[in-house]
Write a protein that binds this ligand. Structure first.
Ligand code: ADP
Ligand code: ADP
Length: 224
């Protein structure tokens, strides 16, 4: 479960201050599927970085699975991030010289899982996204949709509490986007908490709950 109370983030840029997050209050229950929708520059990436423990707020409280994130040191932040969060990005962020299954193994290397078990678990994750037959392919030998499936398998590998997806369909055509959204819905049906960031209303509506952000302020529902 995620709880944010009075989260503030400001950036100073050439003498002026941008209020990237302006008093954010947000609760996300375990097992939820929430999309955060907003135009470019509204604060989505900043909120995602905060939620994903990549960055700490200037003020406010952030609790993730019982840990007070805003009080942690940077080192502890990295540990929490590796344990609790699975990231999915617009451009997949796969390592080009590694095969699909090797990419999926990466989070398990950080966790110190031995190589044989790593391979077994990575193959199970590829199976969950319907891509076990492409395990030995390099990213360049896969379509965009297949690469995103590998990235989703990698996000699942560490059994994170939460999947954070930043414009996961942003680089995909509409048919492939539908497939990826179906996969995320299926993972959510199986109990995974998913937070999806998008500027695309059509994509946002696939989630069970929509929250809007504009000028760093949140509002429940669609406000485009
Ligand atoms: P979005 O992801 O919705 O496009 P961002 O979170 O990237 O929005 O940005 C929110 C606001 O904060 C924007 O005005 C942006 O220019 C500003 N901003 C974000 N990151 C930085 C930064 N590192 N330095 C200065 N300004 C930033
Ligand atoms: P998105 O494609 O998600 O809207 P952006 O292109 O707005 O993301 O920003 C990507 C990253 O660049 C943000 O996470 C932020 O840290 C940084 N950033 C955004 N705006 C600025 C800015 N004005 N100055 C410096 N860094 C920025």
């Amino acid at each position: 479960m995620i709880t944010m109370h009075g989260i503030e983030k400001k950036y100073e840029l050439g003498g002026s201050v941008v209020h990237a997050l302006d008093h954010i209050d947000l609760t996300i229950e375990t097992g939820a599927f929430v999309s955060i929708i907003g135009p470019s520059g509204s604060g989505k990436s900043t909120l995602m970085n905060m939620m994903g423990c990549l960055d700490k707020p200037d003020a406010g409280q952030y609790t993730l699975g019982g840990s007070r994130i805003d009080r942690l040191k940077d080192r502890e932040l990295a540990d929490i991030r590796n344990q609790k969060i699975g990231f999915i990005f617009q451009n997949f962020n796969l390592l080009g010289k590694l095969t699909a299954v090797e990419n999926v193994e990466l989070p398990l290397i950080y966790r110190g899982v031995k190589s044989k078990e790593r391979r077994t678990r990575a193959m199970e994750c590829l199976m969950r996204v319907g891509l076990e037959e492409r395990a030995a392919h390099l990213p360049s030998q896969l379509s965009g949709g297949q690469q995103q499936r590998v990235a989703i398998a990698r996000a699942l590998a560490g059994e994170p509490q939460i999947l954070l997806a930043d414009e996961p369909t942003g680089a995909l055509d509409s048919k492939t986007s539908e497939e990826i959204m179906r996969l995320l819905t299926e993972l959510n049906d199986n109990g995974r908490t998913i937070v999806l960031i998008t500027h695309d209303l059509h994509v946002a509506r696939k989630a069970k709950r929509t929250v809007s952000i504009r000028d760093g302020r949140l509002q429940e529902g669609e406000h485009i």
